[in-house]
Ligand binder design. Structure first.
Ligand code: CA2
Length: 151
């Protein structure tokens, strides 16, 4: 009997997250993005899903990646970085994609400047996890797998 294909989860990282581990460790921690991606792939294996990750500093590239996720992935996890607070384009793409979306952030948005308290993309997400550093992504993956298994 042929083995069942594992569900795929796409993790999107927005602008400046490529700098993780290199600048401002007091806010964002010392772990690099490559290390976060490796942890996600590893946890994905343990949870029985295939994790793919993608980072871009460009809003349009993230929008295109969300559009292409339709039919290819079972769920989407996104840390949209500063586009969280500005991007209606990303919100529209996430609303249109028809996949469960989990929004994650390293920092606790609500302990920071007021302009970070509003997320445009939150209304497209099943839920938001913020403030747990790298663990926010791992909790986000657990939440996404829970949603996939429930569907
Ligand atoms: O806490 C988060 O995960 C954020 O999405 C990070 C964004 C910020 O604009 C959001 O308000 C909250 C910023 C990512 C910038 O990452 C850097 C990492 C290292 C050095 C400089 C920036």
């Amino acid at each position: 009997m042929a083995g069942q294909e594992r569900a795929r989860v796409l993790v999107l990282h927005g602008p400046n997250l490529n700098l993780l581990g290199q600048r401002e460790p007091e806010i964002y921690g010392a772990t690099t993005l490559a290390e976060i991606d490796a942890k996600l792939v590893q946890l994905g294996q343990e949870l029985g899903v295939e994790v793919e990750t993608y980072q871009s500093n460009l809003e349009g590239e993230l929008v295109t990646k969300v559009q292409h996720a339709r039919g290819r992935y079972a769920a989407l996890i996104i840390n949209a970085g500063a586009y969280t607070h500005t991007s209606i384009a990303l919100l529209d793409a996430l609303l249109a994609v028809g996949l469960p979306v989990v929004e994650v952030h390293l920092s606790n948005l609500y302990k920071r400047e007021p302009f970070r308290h509003h997320s445009y993309i939150a209304r497209a997400a099943v839920g938001q996890i913020c403030g747990f550093g790298v663990e926010s992504y791992l909790l986000g993956l657990r939440a996404a797998v829970g949603l996939i298994n429930k569907a």
